[in-house]
Design a protein around this ligand. Structure first.
Ligand code: SF4
Length: 380
């Protein structure tokens, strides 16, 4: 049986405006099976109360694997000359979006590397094209861009933006991201929130040099950022990176981070990520769903290029047609006594906003930005 101690700490973390560092590191160090059960049970109850039992689906299209950056953990880094590069055409993207909508999924995620040649106008046209023909929320995940570009995409109809921080430790961030800056990353997150995007971030668990303390810092970062979506994934080493020989992130630590993320950010949409399904060659996503996650992102990137979005090796579901992936998720949900929720799954904070959908609003000038509609404490 778990000690009453852990329940008290979990209650304190859940209630805190900003959880105590020592409480978070205490829970991250928990190894006793009864205490782990208490942690996951607590997170699962918070998940049920905050976002319900439904598992939301986001159809992802990885439309380009071109990237200018050299993140030390990522197979898409520009120094990986073994990788053939691609970018889908506008028509190929719209065809994949059509497949997502035909599957009944109401969120499209457009993801790419950070591409120097990705024209802002081209992406604006793609977003507008989706909005003209289909009823789906559009989530972008295309990296660090200017405020003006973010604004143009929001005005074209983008609803959400994912920009993972990977680590909130500025020193570790610098080591892992040559030529990039932590300050610009947080500037982007602030701009996105102020512009009215539903904003997501997240981290990687098991990075070389990462400590329990830096993971606790990530949780406090998630809380301070008031993110609508938070993704926690294990690091998986890729052969064509400087971290090729490092061990993969630990599954149990990843599950503990997911559970704590749910407790710290009760209303966030949290995926059971594809990386969790790929770690050690076993699909562990049900364990993430039982630890607080409520989202799965089936892959609608067309073949033959799907394999080339090679962030890490052994990506699960790469060979499955999207319809079969969705059917497998349906079975996974049913086996857990839950179901797939085909709603748009907007940010919980937008629910019940009568008459107007703040996700559709956008600050159209710097004056508006200064006035701010920001849900993020970065603006403070
Ligand atoms: S993590 Fe993103 S920005 Fe970094 S190399 Fe990979 S695709 Fe590029």
């Amino acid at each position: 049986m778990a000690s009453p101690g852990i329940e008290r700490v979990l209650e304190r973390i859940h209630a805190a405006e900003l959880p105590d560092f020592a409480d978070l590191t205490f829970v991250l160090r928990v190894a006793d099976p009864a205490e782990l059960r208490a942690l996951f049970g607590f997170a699962d109850a918070v998940r049920r109360e905050s976002v319900g039992d439904g598992i939301l689906l986001r159809g992802i299209i990885e439309f380009s694997n071109v990237c200018r950056n050299t993140c030390r953990y990522c197979g898409l880094n520009r120094r990986n000359t073994h990788l053939a590069r691609y970018r889908l055409t506008r028509d190929q993207i719209l065809a994949a979006v059509q497949n997502i909508c035909e599957a009944g999924i109401k969120t499209v995620v457009l993801q790419s590397g950070e591409e120097d040649n990705l024209g802002a106008d081209w992406l604006t046209e793609v977003i507008a094209g989706i909005g003209r023909s289909l009823d789906a929320a559009v989530t972008l995940c295309v990296g660090e861009r200017s405020r003006e570009e973010y604004r143009a995409w929001k005005l074209a109809g983008a609803d959400r933006y994912l920009l993972k921080i990977e680590t909130s430790d500025p020193g570790l961030y610098r080591e892992l991201h040559p030529g990039m800056s932590f300050e610009n990353r947080t500037r982007c997150l602030q701009d996105l929130a102020v512009l009215g995007y539903q904003t997501g971030s997240g981290n990687l668990v098991g990075l070389v040099g990462q400590t329990i303390e830096s993971l606790a810092g990530d949780l406090r970062f998630f809380k301070q950022g008031r993110f609508d979506m938070v993704s926690v994934s294990p690091f998986i080493p890729h052969l064509q990176t400087p971290l090729a020989t490092e061990p993969a992130g630990d599954l149990m630590m990843t599950l503990k981070m997911i559970a704590l993320t749910r407790i710290v950010c009760p209303n966030a949409h949290i995926p059971a990520s594809t990386a969790i399904g790929s770690l050690h060659g076993r699909d562990e996503r049900p364990r993430a769903l039982a630890a607080g996650a409520n989202v799965i992102m089936p892959n609608f990137t067309p073949n033959p290029v799907r394999r080339l979005y090679d962030l890490y090796p052994g990506k699960t579901g790469c060979d499955l047609p999207p319809q079969q992936s969705v059917a497998a998720i349906e079975r996974m949900a049913a086996a857990m006594g839950r179901g797939v929720d085909y709603a748009r799954g907007d940010a919980v904070r937008l629910k019940g906003a009568s008459g107007c959908d703040p996700s559709r609003s956008v600050a159209s000038s710097d004056a508006d930005l200064a006035k701010g509609q920001c849900n993020s404490m970065y603006a403070n």
